[in-house]
Structure formats: C-alpha cells, structure tokens
Write a protein that binds this ligand. Structure first.
Ligand SMILES: Nc1ncnc2c1ncn2[C@@H]1O[C@H](COP(=O)(O)OP(=O)(O)OP(=O)(O)O)[C@@H](O)[C@H]1O
Length: 578
C-alpha cells in the first residue's frame, strides 16, 4: 500500500515527510515506554536508587516534551498536507489527461474523471493522513516495544514478535472480506438508487395504475435485496474481525503467562515483570486498534486504484527529441488509415494543403471530415500512413508547438462561464487591449460586444448560453485571430444561421484565409465558403473521392458539384422562408 501510494504522487516528498513524522512519533512512544525498565529497576528495590533513576527520568521528561510538541504540531501539519496532497494529485491527473487520445473521453469516463479529480483525490489525500498515520503507529509502536523487550528477555520478545506478522495476516484477510462485502453492498445500493429514480419518474404511470403509494415491485425487490446483502455482509465480516482480535489477544495472554512463569522461576525481577506488563499492554493497544482502520485502509486501496486507472492509461506516444519549430505550415495526408476502436473511418487518404492555402473539406455526413481535422490536431494518431505539418510527421512535433500553431473553430463552441474577455484571452492570456480589440474586429465580435450590457465584462453564462450559436462561433474565430495561429481548422455551422451571423462569420473566415502565412482547412457548408476556397478535397465513405479547384470540380459533376447544388438549394429555400 505504501509503495502504491508513493507511486501515485509525482513528487512524493510531502507524503514521505508526513509518514516520517508518524514514524518518529511511533518510535519515540515505544522508546519512552522502554525507559520504564531502567526506571523501575532503579526504584523498585528495598532501598530505591534515585540517583540511578535520575538520568532516565530526565531523558523520559525531555522525550515526553518532544513527543507532546510533535503530536500537537502533527494535526495542523497533517491537515495542511492532506490539502496540498490533493492539489498535487489533481494537477498530476489533469496534466496526464491532456496527453491522452481524445477517444478516451467517453461520456462514462468523463463522469468518472470528474469524480476522481474532485471527490476521490480529496478523500484519498485525507485518508493518507488520517488513516496512514495511525496505521504506521499501529505497526511501529509494537515493533519498537518488541525491540525494547529483547533487551530484557528474548523469549518474551519472541512471543510478541510472532504476534505482529500473524495478526497482520489476519488483518489482511479481514480487509479482503471488508472489500468484497463493500463491493457487494455498493451493487445493492446502486440498484436501490436506480430503482428510486425509476420509481420517481414512473409516478404518473404507477398512480394511474393505482400503485402510487405502495410502490413498484422492482423497488421493493431492490430494497429486500439490499437488506439481504447487508445482513449477509455483516455475518461474513464477523469471523475475520474476531480472528484478528483473537490473534492479538492470544499473543498478549501468552506474553503475560510467560512473564509470570519467568518471574516465578526467578529469571526476571519483579521490576522487569511490571515494566514488561505495561509494555505488553501498550503493544496490544495500537495493534488491536488496527482493525478499526481496516475499512479506511480498504477505502484507500480502492481509491488509489481508481486514480491509478487514469494515470496508467497510456498517453499518445511522443518523440523524445521532438521538432520544436515549424518553418512552414503545409499539411499533408499520406496514405492515412484510421479507425475508432473497430470502426474503420478513413482508408488510404492522401491529399496536400499547401502553405497559406485554404482547403474546403466536403463530403456526405459521416464521410470522415471531422476525423481528418482531429488527426491534424493529434487528438488521435493514424493507424497507418502519416499526417504531416511543415513536412514533419505530427507525431514528431512537440505537442505544445503543434497546439500553439493550431486554432480550431468547432461547430458547437464551448465557452466557459466567465466574461467574454476572459473567454477570448484563453487564446493568449497576455494579449494587450489593442490586440483584443483588433481580433474582435477581425472576427466581427466587436458588434456583439457593443450590444452586450456590460461589454467585454459581460458573463456569457454556463457553456456560453447567453450568446447565440453564431455569436459563440465569432468568439472562437476571434481566438484564432488573437492566437495568430498559422493553421486554422474550421467546422462551419451546418445548420442555417441568421443572415447577420452568417454574413459576419463568412467575412471573418475570409479574413482568416486572406493571410498568406495561414493554412486554413474548412469543413464547408456554405456555397460562398466553398467557392472562395483555393482547393477542395471531397471525401466519400472515408476515401478521397475528388481533389481540385472549386470551379473544376463544379464542372466535373461529381460529389462536390452535387453537394454544392444541394447547399445552394437549401440556402435559397432558407432565404425565401426568411
Ligand atoms: N469518437 C468517435 N468514436 C467512434 N466513432 C466515431 C467517433 N467520432 C466519429 N465517429 C464515427 O466516424 C464516422 C466519421 O465521423 P466524422 O465526424 O469524421 O464524419 P463527418 O464527415 O465529419 O460527419 P458530419 O458531417 O456529420 O459531422 C461516423 O460514422 C461517426 O459516427
């Protein structure tokens, strides 16, 4: 468990310091108890020898002061450490997930990840201190007492020594049972929760059927099952708990019986017997108390495994000596094949987008257009073939360099619940006011800001709900301008926007494309965007069907021409309706 936790933290110094403090306290406690031996030997005789006891008494008093001070300090130190440990672990998790392929972020994993980052890391860090410290005490105090006992009588020490591994073995068994029972109870609890939600949602139907108050059969069954598993769990836990306590108690009784025998045989003195009895009691206490921490230790193990599951997910492979500078930003797909899990999406895709050009990606829904842009931004890696930027395989480019050069304008733009300025600054936190204004002007975002009640300081609401889809896309385009990204990947809105947004976004995209140093790939749905592109790549069922200039492809009467006419018809229909 110690090794498991040590490996979770990227910089486990704080963790080690915490454990070291607990270990020092435990050993100190054992040694202080050990001082009883010379003290009692000096004092428990017909004429007590105070002179001989004095140095031990002084050492004991000094040790006690240190012990009390450290114990008082340990609580606030432990509290602060558990907060810091949680922050460190959260950062570690966050930085790891940024290196994972986007395919990892399924809906279920996103939920689990949120719970791991918030709740799991917090509880685990807290337990590392609140259960970790007593667990260390529970082992090290008895171990130190065994060491001290060896100095008096090796036979007694041996009895105590054997008790430690046997009891820890029993504790391990008890923990395993607790884990199994907890898992069983969690299944039952989840079932009850699920049925309760269903029961709530099904109220209208149940009432209509006259079962509104009696409840559904499924709910009753779930509750009965929960009760059954709970009772069964309690029964299962009883024996391992008793066996652990039994082992500790047998060890204690054996030590007492042996101590009395040694006293009667005259092998050890009365003073030593009394001291050893006190030591045996103190040996028993922390070791016996470990059972109270069994569930805490089990929880730590379970939570640590949940954090490990995220941290052990392999990152996208990276080149140890990546390219850190891109001279050009031409993009090339060379015989690229790609599948999402087992679903083939792109097959032998080959095309080029010259530096500074604008390429329109077209194709029926599901043909793989978005996937092409994801491979450029390295959200995923190609299964075969290569995607290169500036003549270098994206796998060999430093991830930050690649991301600094790329801006992505998604169809559905996600904004943070912050001001519009903060959302824009995400692209470049140190941008000046002038740069912000210039980017906003270029993306026609300035008109939106002028209309907002608090201008730049207007909060956009959760996920940007205060803005329309077109306005959110303008924020995203402004980010691309502000970032001065040399590669811009745009997924143009497929659904019709209002005329004002449509015109503004069209002009903004044209503005992005005008820069001769910028390479733009746009998944285009508007005829004017298609017509303005330098070249078109048409995909069909994951393969490149056509490549050429917009005029040439329109004349050839293929996929592009068909889609162009379709978009034209949809647009004129929309305009007529408007
Ligand atoms: N994360 C994913 N996991 C599994 N399959 C996916 C994933 N993303 C896309 N797909 C599937 O891959 C295929 C290509 O999707 P892609 O989004 O690249 O197509 P598209 O041409 O952009 O479609 P659209 O125009 O409808 O957005 C589709 O069948 C889609 O269902």
């Amino acid at each position: 468990m110690i090794v498991q936790l040590y490996r979770l933290w990227p910089d486990p110094k704080l963790l080690v310091r915490m454990w070291l403090l607990s270990a020092i306290l435990a050993v100190l406690q054992g040694l202080l108890l050990g001082l009883l031996i010379p003290i009692l030997r000096a004092l428990l005789q017909p004429s007590p020898d105070f002179e001989a006891a004095a140095p031990w008494l002084i050492a004991g008093a000094a040790g006690l002061v240190v012990y009390v001070v450290l114990t008082v300090l340990a609580t606030p130190i432990g509290f602060a450490a558990s907060m810091k440990l949680a922050v460190q672990l959260r950062h570690h998790l966050m930085s790891h997930v940024t290196t994972l392929p986007l395919g990892w972020f399924t809906a279920a994993r996103k939920g689990e990840f949120v719970r791991t980052v918030t709740n799991v890391t917090g509880v685990l860090s807290q337990l590392t201190v609140t259960v970790g410290a007593p667990a260390i005490t529970g082992v090290l105090v008895p171990a130190t007492i065994v060491g001290v006992t060896f100095m008096v009588d090796w036979r007694l020490a041996l009895v105590l020594l054997v008790t430690i591994p046997v009891s820890l073995f029993a504790l391990r068994r008890s923990r395993r049972t607790v884990d199994e029972v907890s898992a069983d109870m969690e299944i039952a609890a989840n079932e009850v929760a699920g049925r309760a939600i269903e029961f709530g949602q099904a109220q209208p139907v149940l009432r209509a059927a006259g079962h509104g108050t009696t409840g559904s059969v499924r709910m009753r069954d779930a509750l009965a099952d929960h009760r059954l598993r709970y009772r069964r769990g309690l029964k299962r836990m009883l024996f391992p708990d008793l066996s652990y306590s039994g082992v500790v108690m047998i060890g204690f009784i054996a030590a007492v019986v042996l101590g009395v025998q040694l006293l009667l045989a005259g092998t050890i003195s009365m003073a030593d017997t009394i001291a050893l009895l006190v030591l045996a009691v103190r040996f028993l206490e922390p070791l016996g108390g470990m059972i109270d921490h069994a569930s805490g230790l089990g929880a730590m193990d379970y939570l640590a495994r949940r954090v490990e599951a995220v941290l052990h997910t392999p990152s996208l492979p990276h080149n140890p000596r990546p390219v850190r500078r891109l001279e050009r930003t031409d993009i090339a797909f060379n015989d690229v094949t790609f599948s999402y899990s087992d679903k083939p999406v792109l097959t032998n895709v080959t095309f080029e987008c010259p530096h500074g050009s604008t390429t329109a990606l077209v194709g029926p829904s599901g043909s793989g257009k978005t996937t092409v842009t994801r491979l450029i931004a390295r959200f995923f890696d190609a299964d075969a073939g290569s995607v290169s930027v500036g003549g270098t395989d994206v796998r060999d480019i430093d991830h930050n360099v690649l991301m600094n050069d790329i801006a992505i304008v998604f169809q559905e733009v996600y904004l943070f619940d912050a001001t519009i300025e903060e959302n824009l600054r995400l692209a470049r936190p140190d941008a000046t006011e002038d740069e912000l204004a210039e980017a906003a002007r270029a993306a026609r975002l300035d008109e939106v800001v002028a209309r907002l009640p608090h201008g730049w300081k207007t909060r956009v609401g959760e996920a940007g709900a205060q803005l329309s889809g077109g306005e959110r896309q303008r924020v995203s385009i402004a980010r691309a301008f502000l970032k001065k990204a040399r590669i811009v990947l745009i997924d143009e809105a497929a659904s019709a926007l209002d005329p004002e947004n449509e015109r503004a976004i069209g002009e903004a995209i044209a503005g992005l494309a005008r820069d001769p140093e910028r390479t733009v790939i746009v998944i285009a749905h508007r005829p004017s965007t298609l017509a303005a592109a330098d070249r078109v790549v048409a995909l069909d069922r994951g393969e490149v069907a056509e490549v050429g200039s917009p005029e040439a492809l329109r004349k050839s009467g293929g996929i592009y021409a068909r889609l162009y006419n379709q978009y034209e018809r949809a647009r004129s229909w929309h305009i007529k309706r408007a």
